[in-house]
Design a protein around this ligand. Structure first.
Ligand code: SF4
Length: 230
């Protein structure tokens, strides 16, 4: 089944070429069309004409299929993701590889990067994504969330692996006060305005203007306390 999720996002599951299927469902061409396939988002970009017309982002939760399938909630998801990544890379599609650290995989962040850089081609960004407390993650929060500070060394090790592989790494959705200072230069102010939240303690923090803060969905028991940097 194929469907339009928003006026610019299309979930595509049929066997047609993505664009062909997409435009069948749209009366006019959206400005920034995005195509969702299982575990794959393909976006058209005109930002740089030297780049292929599409880039794709994939979540790789582990280099072990059992862990990846558990975190994605679907048996066989790892195999599907690996196939998709190989096909996308071999097709010249620019790939953003996303890793969401959890209790199940925080020990292997560097291994996931090493595995991916050896097996897949055309990865041009690795994104470490802070877990958002919505949907399945919210329901299973106590069994999957790990306090950021408790795996600082693993984050630094992941940065080292990405650097050795020559792939740029960015960190999204982490408050700076819960990241090791050596990782700050990789962190981005990534949370959209409409779902961004800074507790009142952040008002006195010198890093507020460059900090991602928290998801508004994390208010209450789903975030770690802010620690203003003075
Ligand atoms: S105190 Fe608030 S603004 Fe400062 S680093 Fe932490 S979350 Fe960011």
């Amino acid at each position: 089944m194929s469907e339009v999720l928003r006026n610019d996002i299309f979930r595509y599951t049929a066997g047609l070429p993505v664009q062909q299927g997409f435009y069948r469902l749209c009366k006019s061409k959206p400005e920034n069309p995005q195509f969702y396939l299982p575990n794959l988002l393909v976006s058209e970009t005109e930002l740089d004409s030297r780049l292929p017309a599409y880039f794709a982002d994939y979540v790789v939760s582990s280099s072990r299929s059992s862990v990846h399938d558990y975190l994605v909630g679907s048996v066989g998801a790892f195999d599907e993701t690996v196939r998709g990544l190989i096909n996308a890379g071999n097709s010249g599609i620019n790939i953003e590889l996303r890793i969401i650290p959890t209790l199940a995989n925080y020990m292997e962040l560097d291994k996931i990067i090493e595995f991916s850089s050896r097996v897949f081609s055309n990865i041009n960004q690795i994104s470490l994504m802070g877990l958002e407390s919505i949907g399945w993650a919210r329901k299973n929060w106590s069994s999957i969330f790990i306090e950021h500070d408790s795996y600082s060394e693993k984050i630094l090790s992941a940065i080292g692996s990405a650097q050795r592989a020559g792939i740029p790494l960015k960190i999204f959705n982490y408050p700076l006060c819960h990241l090791p200072e050596r990782a700050w230069e990789f962190a981005t102010q990534s949370i959209s305005d409409w779902k961004n939240y800074y507790p009142k303690e952040c008002d006195e923090c010198t890093q507020r203007s460059s900090c991602a803060g928290y998801f508004s969905s994390s208010k209450g028991r789903f975030h770690q306390p802010p620690r203003p940097i003075l």
